[in-house]
Design a protein. Structure first.
Length: 741
């Protein structure tokens, strides 16, 4: 008993000394490091270079707070991606495409592709209650959202940002109140999109009942947010646009950037004052680089690395040994979750009107492991209907089952739209023409996605067309389309290169089409048309026996048309193919004056290498049976790329054929064109003619023409400045705005 008491007293006396000695034997715990990444648009890509250096120097990051592009880069790192993986991503992303909402033409549904073939402006205006409406942002962010979704899919099931491989916060601005919103949970992709939604550029993001925009408006360098996460040391990276001198304020964009810099700088300065001894401030040497300049990704990443290496001595103090670094890397990788099997597809409460359509499109993914690429492709197909402002999905759990929930938001400026257009042509010899048009589209008429489209055109070729397009079922493969057409057009009657007369043809008809779409690439239509019209002699000798007389005509015909369209652009295609084959069969039994058959086709193939594009293009048509003198059914040639040396529609007849070979090259500094408008310079070689009888058709009677042209692909449509020459000496010059085919 005495021994036990003595031993206990000895231990009590020695305990303080042992306690003081223990810390000297064990390494002190490392400080918790918080990384703060500022906003700055394209300048924010410098954050990738900073992360590279931190990884190289084995500096662990325990928490990240980011704003705007800083939130995007920080969020990707927080999701478990390494700096090297983020660098590979930002260098391979087509940033120009990422900031365009409209899907590539290959992803548009077939009906939307055909819209491009008109001369209308590509950007539609919304129409509601008699007022025009415009989008809430130039960019809706669909492509960017899907890119972020794809890259963060491994942590899509995590809704608490403290449970990510690296703790994370994103800063956004409440658009209604102007308050700062620190996003600490929810859907990571939505948080990143909200934080970088620059007002006026990106549409706001609705999150938890609030409209959120770019966090840079209220806090571009969120040092205090990192402090609130309990870190000991802050590494702050400021890539914000710094104020410049008067000499650099030489454009509207420079002035706008200066204004934003002044507005944000005061709060940024306040945040920088929160940095204390031991913290690290990194300012990459970005100079006057603009926040929208995504053309120099490599240089921007490198400057970020240079800025971090400028603080290498201080960062070295935060470095850990190899064993501890590998433990840190392994812990981050362990945070990634396995992609689930998709056991159901559902839509959120605000997307119920699209439930059947979405479920029909996504039904093939049910029962299979989640494939982000396949999901993105199917959503792109839906988005190609061009009715949605945003279309996204997230992984959700329903009891023990995992699936995806889709949110579909139709365009806030829709669902009714108006597009205007202008078509001009001048031959520099006193002959010119114009057409002005407007198209109204009433979409989502019913749950199957019916549309009512009406075109009105005035000018040289007046036209009124209205069509009701009704899909049959949710898969949208089959459809019916009743239509009404009224049009007038003029063309010359040419014989032996001499204009004998000018005719004006009036046509009005009603029709009913039934068809089937084949994915986004093709369509087959068959239809019945009934109508009437007349052809009047405007210029010429009515007594000339060589001229078709004035006459009235009745229309009653069947027709069928197959169209394939895989072109990447309808005006200046660089790759792809298009093909159209059509048969028209007037029949007396349907009300026509005569029985007849006509067949026509159009085929185009485009291939590119670098800036160079080669196009083969052929068209033809023939009156296979029936009368050969029905002026209203004549084919015409003449004009740019249609025997370019001849005046527009200066040849006409019941049979025609023309083959073309085109070469054009995208020109301008770096291939960017003129004033950032895609610009092409090229030549064309053409061989073709019109014939009165099929027996006259041969190569020897075809006419050879050529042309040189300069083309600009503007948002109003294609603009051409061109000159053509015919083998018989005729020359034509063109200044044109509008479609050619």
């Amino acid at each position: 008993m005495a021994r036990s008491i003595t031993l206990t007293l000895c231990l009590l006396i020695a305990a303080p000394a042992l306690a003081q000695q223990a810390p000297a034997d064990a390494p002190p715990p490392r400080p918790r490091i918080g990384l703060v990444l500022s906003g700055g648009g394209a300048r924010g890509l410098a954050h990738v270079g900073v992360l590279k250096v931190l990884d190289e120097m084995h500096v662990p990051v325990d928490a990240i707070a980011g704003t705007s592009m800083g939130a995007v880069i920080g969020g990707l790192y927080a999701s478990g991606m390494t700096a090297a993986e983020i660098e590979a991503l930002v260098k391979t992303v087509d940033w120009n495409a990422a900031f365009r909402d409209r899907p590539p033409r290959s992803d548009l549904n077939f009906r939307r592709k055909q819209d491009d073939r008109e001369f209308l402006v590509r950007i539609p205006l919304g129409l509601k209650a008699g007022k025009f409406r415009v989008p809430r942002g130039l960019i809706q962010g669909q492509k960017l959202t899907q890119m972020l979704r794809r890259e963060t899919i491994s942590v899509a099931g995590i809704d608490d940002f403290d449970r990510l491989p690296t703790r994370f916060r994103a800063v956004a601005t409440d658009l209604e109140t102007g308050d700062r919103r620190v996003l600490a949970g929810g859907d990571l992709t939505e948080a990143l999109r909200a934080s970088m939604s620059a007002p006026g550029v990106f549409a706001p993001v609705e999150l938890n009942g609030r409209l959120l925009v770019d966090g840079g408006l209220v806090e571009n360098l969120p040092v205090d947010v990192a402090r609130e996460m309990g870190v000991d040391i802050v590494i702050a990276v400021d890539v914000g646009f710094q104020p410049v001198g008067r000499r650099e304020l030489n454009s509207a964009l420079a002035v706008s950037n200066q204004m934003l810099s002044i507005m944000m700088q005061r709060e940024t300065d306040r945040q920088r004052e929160l940095l204390v001894d031991g913290d690290v401030l990194i300012e990459p040497p970005l100079g006057t680089m603009l926040s929208l300049d995504f053309t120099v990704v490599d240089q921007t990443v490198q400057r970020g690395a240079d800025g971090a290496r400028g603080e290498a001595a201080r960062l070295a103090e935060l470095s850990v040994g190899e064993a501890e670094w590998q433990h840190y890397v392994a812990a981050r990788a362990a945070g990634e979750s396995k992609l689930p099997d998709i056991q159901f597809v559902r839509v959120d409460a605000k997307s119920r009107r699209y439930r059947e359509r979405i479920e029909a499109e996504l039904s093939p993914v049910v029962g299979k492991p989640l494939d982000p690429g396949a999901m993105e492709q199917r959503l792109s197909h839906l988005y190609g209907d061009d009715n949605f402002e945003s279309l996204d999905y997230r992984i959700v759990r329903d009891h023990e089952a995992e699936g995806v929930e889709v949110s579909a938001r139709r365009k806030s400026w829709g669902p009714n739209y108006v597009r205007f257009g202008l078509e001009l042509q001048d031959d520099f010899e006193g002959s010119n023409s114009f057409n002005a048009g407007v198209r109204t589209q009433v979409t989502e008429v019913n749950k199957y996605g019916a549309e009512w489209q009406t075109d009105l055109r005035i000018g040289a070729s007046p036209r009124f067309l209205t069509e009701f397009y009704q899909p049959i079922g949710y898969a949208w493969n089959w459809f019916i389309a009743p239509r009404l057409l009224v049009e007038r057009r003029s063309f010359d009657f040419i014989q032996d290169d001499e204009r004998l007369a000018t005719y004006r043809v009036r046509n009005q008809e009603a029709g009913l089409d039934v068809g089937r779409e084949f994915g986004s690439w093709g369509e087959l239509r068959v239809g019945l048309t009934r109508g009437e019209g007349d052809q009047q002699l405007l210029v010429g000798n009515a007594a000339d026996p060589n001229l078709p007389p004035r006459s009235d005509f009745e229309r009653g015909e069947l027709y069928s048309r197959f169209t394939l369209d895989r072109l990447d652009d309808v005006y200046f295609p660089r790759n792809g193919e298009s093909f159209t084959l059509q048969w028209n069969g007037p029949r007396k039994g349907l009300g026509a004056d005569v029985n007849a058959d006509r067949i026509s086709f159009d085929w185009l193939l485009a291939r590119s290498s670098g800036r160079n594009t080669f196009v083969l293009w052929a068209s033809g048509g023939a009156a296979v049976s029936g009368p050969q003198d029905s002026v209203q059914d004549f084919y015409t040639l003449g004009g740019l790329f249609n025997l370019s040396g001849l005046p527009v529609e200066s040849l006409s007849g019941p049979h025609f054929g023309v083959a073309r070979a085109l070469y054009y090259r995208r020109v301008g500094s770096g291939g960017r064109g003129f004033l950032n408008v895609p610009t092409y310079a090229g030549i064309s070689l053409e061989l073709g003619n019109v014939w009165e009888r099929r027996s006259d058709i041969d190569v020897d009677s075809a006419r050879f023409n050529s042309a040189a042209f300069l083309g600009l692909d503007t948002f109003l449509g294609p603009v051409y400045l061109a000159a053509g020459v015919d083998e018989r000496g005729s020359r034509s010059f063109y200044l044109m705005l509008g479609r050619l085919r």
